[in-house]
Design a protein. Structure first.
Length: 272
């Protein structure tokens, strides 16, 4: 890596003093109705196009995973991504995580049957944390992703939000991530609402606080606007995956270019 020689948090794999194993690049697709959309701070949503066409393109480019988030599902009390996921599963052969409006084991089962590999939960988990344990027992921890939407309160302090960054929970994000880990979550998706869509870079301090608090893989989401932002959050925060939306959707970078940049920085991209 450019900074080389950093100490990895306990429980993480280090290939050498200057390289990290298997950093995943994930294409994030926020969905409203039938459309792929994009906003800033999870607001001001703009229709981008057909999510299936974008998903196939990202798969052809070599993306490691897809992340589908139904951004109005919790508002309407349902997830409507089953058909989108089912269609993607016929053409796309990388792991798919699906979130939004999942409130029960049955909701998760429907999406997994449609072709999802993992489910991401936020609002329902905040309301009933035992849902994390229920899902882990039925499907295994590797299938359960806690989605955390974070807004900064003060230096070193962030609050978890729900409903696409609209509703406060009063929960400290690091404490919430730690509790979810104890309940059986297998991965943490961290979205900085403050940075999302701004192209100003990840909230590295937020990502580091969570990655150092839990032994689980951490996905950084929100704010990537340049290749340097990706390197910074890996070097300093030790995240395991990067979720990219804006840069991919607006064709400002291709998957292969990001993987080349990782390799140039001594960081090993995932292989599948």
């Amino acid at each position: 890596m450019a900074n080389g020689g950093f100490a990895m948090p306990s429980g993480r794999i280090r290939l050498s003093d200057s390289s990290v194993a298997d950093i995943r690049l994930i294409a994030r697709l926020d969905i409203k109705g039938p459309n792929l959309i994009k906003g800033i701070h999870l607001e001001g949503l703009r229709v981008i196009g057909d999510p299936h066409l974008f998903a196939r393109d990202y798969y052809d480019q070599g993306v490691d995973e897809l992340l589908y988030m139904d951004i109005v599902a919790s508002l309407y009390g349902r997830n409507s991504l089953s058909e989108i996921v089912r269609k993607a599963a016929r053409d796309v052969f990388v792991p798919m995580t699906v979130g939004g409006g999942i409130r029960s084991v049955e909701d998760a089962k429907e999406l997994l049957r449609a072709g999802a590999d993992k489910v991401a939960i936020n609002t329902a988990a905040v309301k009933r944390p035992e849902l994390i344990r229920d899902l882990a027992r039925h499907f295994g921890s590797q299938c359960v992703v806690l989605s955390v939407e974070a807004k900064q309160l003060a230096p070193g302090r962030w609050e978890a939000y729900t409903d696409n960054g609209r509703e406060r929970t009063g929960l400290d994000v690091v404490s919430w991530a730690t509790r979810a880990t104890e309940l059986g979550a297998g991965e943490i998706l961290v979205t900085s609402v403050d940075r999302e869509g701004t192209r100003k870079g990840f909230d590295v301090a937020l990502m580091r606080a969570i990655s150092e608090a839990v032994p689980l893989p951490v996905i950084a989401s929100g704010g990537m606007g340049a290749v340097e932002h990706m390197r910074d959050v890996i070097n300093v925060a030790h995240v395991d995956a990067i979720a990219v939306a804006d840069m991919f959707h607006y064709r400002r970078v291709r998957v292969g270019e990001l993987k080349d940049a990782l390799m140039s920085a001594g960081i090993h991209p995932a292989r599948h």
